[in-house]
Design a protein around this ligand. Structure first.
Ligand code: ADP
Ligand code: MG
Length: 256
């Protein structure tokens, strides 16, 4: 059970401040959406949570279960159960998808705090585990024998990210625009995949510009309006509809 807490987080790229005091708290089992216009700092927040070196935290803190993770590297944070699904997943030719998943799984298994996951001794055992999980995200088994993301369609890449989530079982998953660049059918498939791999112990944070992906989720607990480098307002799922109908202007005006 892991609680993520972001406190008055200020982040700069070079001497430009992008995040200007983000506050957010999540509990296990909750699904959160962070909705904001382009350029508002959503990806900056996602990358900062996973310790991307380009982003400097100048003020505030990020806590997991009450402990600051600011000094931890990306792999140390992953071992504590944080996971980021990229907005633009990279094609990695020469690295087999199932090999990649097994390497990631094994490196996390040795270290994740309070880990209760199975240790797969053989490749065959792990393959069986992968096949159970790939069905949940609606990809065919043949994808496992391809190179990571190579030649995958936009929607397949996003579902491949969700498969990583299913396989690695992170405690807090951050998905950066899992809907970007997808047609409506692909958006629905990705949303269903996210709902299928969500568990009562894990937290899911979906970053998006549009409400449409949220409509396909089985469950959505909180919607945060994110603009100008901070969370301006938090509400329930109905807030997403208001944003879709009225845009972000009203939220911005309210704080101006
Ligand atoms: P979002 O994901 O909400 O669209 P980003 O976090 O990608 O927003 O970007 C937030 C702001 O930071 C934008 O104004 C963007 O131009 C700026 N930014 C992003 N990356 C860099 C960079 N490498 N150097 C300078 N500015 C950047
Ligand atoms: Mg972005």
């Amino acid at each position: 059970m892991v609680v993520l807490e972001i406190k008055d987080l200020h982040v700069s790229i070079g001497d430009k401040e992008i995040l200007k005091g983000v506050n957010l708290k999540t509990n296990p089992g909750e699904v959160h959406a962070i909705m904001g216009p382009n350029g508002s700092g959503k990806s900056t927040l996602a990358y900062t949570l996973l310790a991307h070196p380009k982003y400097q935290v100048t003020k505030g803190d990020i806590l997991l279960d009450g402990e600051s993770i600011l000094e931890l590297t990306a792999d140390q944070r992953a071992k504590k159960g944080l996971f980021l699904a990229f907005q633009y997943p990279t094609e990695v030719s020469g690295v087999g998808f199932s090999h990649f998943l097994r390497t990631a799984y094994n490196s996390l298994s040795k270290a994740m705090d309070g880990d209760d996951r199975e240790v797969f001794i053989t490749v065959r055992e792990f393959q069986k585990y992968l096949k159970e999980n790939i069905a949940k995200v609606g990809l065919r088994e043949e994808f496992l024998s391809r190179y990571l993301n190579e030649g995958f369609s936009g929607g397949e890449k996003k579902r491949a990210e969700v498969l990583q989530m299913a396989v690695l079982k992170p405690k807090v998953s951050i998905l950066d625009e899992p809907d970007s660049g997808l047609d409506i059918d692909a958006v629905q498939s990705v949303a269903q995949a996210i709902s299928k791999v969500s568990t009562k112990d894990a937290t899911v944070i979906i970053i998006t510009h549009y409400a449409r992906i949220l409509n396909f989720l089985d469950k959505l607990d909180y919607v945060h309006v994110f603009a100008e480098g901070k969370v301006l307002q938090t509400g329930d799922a109905s807030l997403a509809q208001k944003l879709e109908a009225e845009g972000y202007e009203w939220a911005l005006e309210k704080t101006a």
